[in-house]
Design a protein around this ligand. Structure first.
Ligand SMILES: *[C@@H]1O[C@H](CO)[C@@H](O)[C@H](O)[C@H]1NC(C)=O
Ligand SMILES: *[C@@H]1O[C@H](CO)[C@@H](O)[C@H](O)[C@H]1NC(C)=O
Ligand SMILES: *[C@@H]1O[C@H](CO)[C@@H](O)[C@H](O)[C@H]1NC(C)=O
Ligand SMILES: *[C@@H]1O[C@H](CO)[C@@H](O)[C@H](O)[C@H]1NC(C)=O
Ligand SMILES: *[C@@H]1O[C@H](CO)[C@@H](O)[C@H](O)[C@H]1NC(C)=O
Length: 255
């Protein structure tokens, strides 16, 4: 199968805010540290991306490139247009390419609100699948074997709240929005859809729906793990961030 590579990016954002109960002195210190805090977080975010292919066992951060899921992903496909009803199950799901993130960036939106962004052109997902069902009432759909999917122009952003306890900064848990994709190509090997051939509109419709629904299952697990791990990593790095050192801007790492 020919995968069309499209350049694009994946954005992940963190948005933070400072609790109002901490007083004026705190706000002054944070404003002083604002710029360097943004740069520090951006540096950390770049470092996290660099660490994706090894993970960080000490912080319980798994390998994200490749990323492997032990779980199975069962779901039902339904479509009234072609009277589709099929049960799909995917296992041994692996994603490849997460560390090829472009432009991991952090934006300070003011008042301690940070938006951390990154872009990714394509993400390869593969694994094993099985499907049993029918379309147009009686045409069987049967498949069992490996699958390959390529998600292109994947995007997400999230929010977190910056806090300061007088000694260290920390972020509340990053909540990433669902990782949406711009386009996708997919191949499900040994897929048999009776009454169609692989060039028909019905075949394409079923494969596209299967790709979309499977991605929604997989991205949720990937996203939740990523949200926890990024938060864990940034908070660990923030333990070393001192406002007093903030007058020395950190070197921004590009790409
Ligand atoms: C996957 O499951 C196996 C067996 O249950 C276990 O040994 C392994 O540690 C798990 N891997 C991950 C990444 O959770
Ligand atoms: C999906 O596959 C896994 C692994 O074979 C199996 O344990 C699980 O029961 C299946 N789920 C469904 C709903 O068929
Ligand atoms: C799928 O994963 C299981 C355990 O995670 C492993 O035992 C099995 O060999 C894998 N199957 C394939 C075809 O890779
Ligand atoms: C983060 O910034 C990006 C790019 O400016 C924007 O599209 C996204 O909505 C922002 N996310 C949040 C949570 O503010
Ligand atoms: C702030 O948090 C750090 C890390 O959790 C902790 O070591 C420190 O004691 C806390 N300081 C205060 C004043 O609560």
């Amino acid at each position: 199968m020919n995968f069309k590579l499209i350049t694009g990016f994946l954005l992940i954002g963190i948005l933070g805010s400072i609790g109002r109960t901490n007083g004026v002195a705190l706000m002054t210190r944070i404003q002083m540290a604002k710029t360097s805090l943004e740069e520090y977080l951006e540096q950390c975010w770049n470092d996290f991306v660099d660490l994706m292919d090894n993970g960080i066992p000490g912080l319980n951060i798994p390998t994200f490139d490749p990323w492997f899921s032990n779980d199975s992903f069962p779901f039902r496909m339904q479509d009234s247009d072609i009277v589709l009803r099929a049960d799909v199950n995917a296992t041994n799901v692996t994603s490849l390419g997460f560390s090829s993130v472009e432009i991991p960036a952090v934006y300070d939106n003011g008042n301690g609100h940070f938006n951390i962004s990154l872009t990714l052109s394509d993400l390869k997902i593969n694994g094993l699948y099985s499907v049993v069902g029918s379309h147009h009432y009686f045409y069987p759909i049967v498949g069992n074997g490996p699958f390959d999917m390529m998600m292109m122009d994947v995007y997400s952003s999230g929010t977190a709240t910056l806090m300061y306890n007088g000694t260290v900064y920390s972020l509340t848990k990053l909540e990433l929005t669902p990782l949406l994709y711009g386009s996708a190509t997919a191949e499900f090997f040994s897929l048999s859809i009776s009454g169609t051939d692989s060039t028909s509109a019905t075949y394409t419709q079923i494969v596209n729906l299967m790709t979309e629904l499977l991605w929604f299952q997989v991205e949720e697990e990937l996203r939740l793990q990523l949200s926890v791990s990024i938060t864990e990593y940034l908070n660990n790095q923030l333990l070393d961030f001192k406002p007093s050192s903030s007058s020395v801007p950190l070197q921004k790492q590009k790409s």
